[in-house]
Design a protein around this ligand. Structure first.
Ligand code: MRU
Length: 359
């Protein structure tokens, strides 16, 4: 999507270099990072230079292609398998990371000739990125049908185009409703502590797209829902279990409960690459724990224009930093995928998986 009237994707590949928007510096500085090898890529995923379920899925796919391009012929398949193992360990929760890696690795390992395997890897990685972008656009089209003119929308974290290759999941219906259907709408953006993906990234996307919005501290949305100031909630997903339970950024569960209590529709938007057919329920989803420093400090731009972090908690205090929570299916009004909108239930997920198989 647009940054200062120029079209960008979040991540792409240029020969052997993986290029990505540096999400650690947004909204203060817009920079493209060149990732030259596996070590740099692992660091970029770990420190969230690239983040968001779909975007790290594409990073995984490009990572396998890059490993294939950079590996010598001797031990080629072992080298690429090792890269896949290392990439799988970078972040545990978003299913898309594993989907992206497997999409390229499964195609490449069928080849016996190294030169062909390299070509296949690059082609598959680019195909994965294209599929992610087009799936997200379709999510936008389905999701926009739920948005009435003048709607007030709540969203949590960043499930916009920065979290995918393009368009996004939860924000895609917003973009589609505005761009393709000229609807008026308003977005309440949860700040999303501790990393502030809402205020840093979602708000930045909305500024670039000229979409009216307000950033709210995470504890504000409940009051707005009670006051009927929110008509509909759209969030993304990092992993969808077989029974329709959804892992998403920490704080999603609370938002879902308050929405349910106030009869506000609560939709999860995610491409099918997010579904884990082998994960029976939300209790089985691996939940990432991150470094306490993300909670003890905040990063921002000071008055002199430098980006720096400041400690907001006493020396001697420690923090618990759980990255994701699980929202039980019963609180989710529906799951918006690129194949349509389905109930969040075992039956609904079965219907999605059957539709994938029949394609
Ligand atoms: O910023 P992250 O990678 O820790 O968060 C993942 C997410 O992007 C959010 O949970 C989002 O809502 C899921 S949709 C990409």
């Amino acid at each position: 999507l647009r940054v200062k009237d120029k079209q960008y994707r979040t991540i792409w590949m240029d020969k052997t270099i993986i290029r990505m928007i540096n999400q650690m510096l947004l909204p203060h500085r817009f920079e493209i990072v060149d990732v030259k090898d596996l070590q740099e890529l692992k660091l970029a995923i770990n420190n969230m230079t690239i983040r968001g379920a779909g975007a790290i899925g594409a990073a995984g796919a490009f990572g396998i292609a890059q490993a294939a391009m950079l590996s010598n012929d001797k031990n080629f398949f072992d080298n690429v398998a090792d890269a896949a193992t290392q990439l799988r360990k970078t972040r545990p929760t978003a299913k898309n990371l594993f989907t992206g890696i497997d999409f390229v690795w499964n195609a490449l390992k069928k080849e016996s000739k190294v030169s062909i395997a390299r070509e296949v890897a690059v082609r598959q990685a680019n195909l994965y990125a294209d599929m992610d972008a087009s799936a997200c656009k379709r999510i936008g089209k389905f999701g926009a049908s739920l948005i009435k003119d003048n709607a007030n929308i709540s969203t949590h974290c960043n499930a916009g185009w920065l979290a995918f290759v393009d368009w996004g999941s939860a924000l895609s219906p917003v973009y589609y409703a505005v761009k393709e259907q000229s609807k008026n709408l308003f977005v309440y953006v949860d700040e999303t502590r501790p990393r502030c993906q809402g205020s840093n990234l979602t708000a930045w996307e909305l500024v670039n797209e000229n979409i009216p919005h307000l950033i709210i501290a995470d504890n504000v949305s409940g009051a707005l829902m009670y006051q009927k100031k929110i008509d509909i909630v759209f969030v993304g997903a990092d992993r969808i279990a077989r029974n329709g339970d959804v892992a998403n950024k920490i704080g999603t569960y609370s938002s879902a409960i308050v929405a349910h209590e106030n009869n506000i529709p609560f939709y999860v938007a995610a491409p099918v690459s997010t579904i884990d057919a082998n994960c029976p329920s939300g209790d089985n989803i691996p939940i990432e724990k991150r470094d306490e420093s993300e909670t003890l400090y905040v990063q921002g731009k000071d008055d002199a224009g430098s980006i720096s972090r400041v400690r907001i908690s006493p020396e001697g205090s420690h923090a618990l930093n759980i990255g994701f929570d699980v929202t039980p299916a019963k609180y989710i009004t529906g799951i918006i995928t690129e194949l349509g909108i389905y109930p969040a239930s075992y039956d609904g997920v079965t219907r999605i998986l059957n539709k994938v198989k029949s394609k």
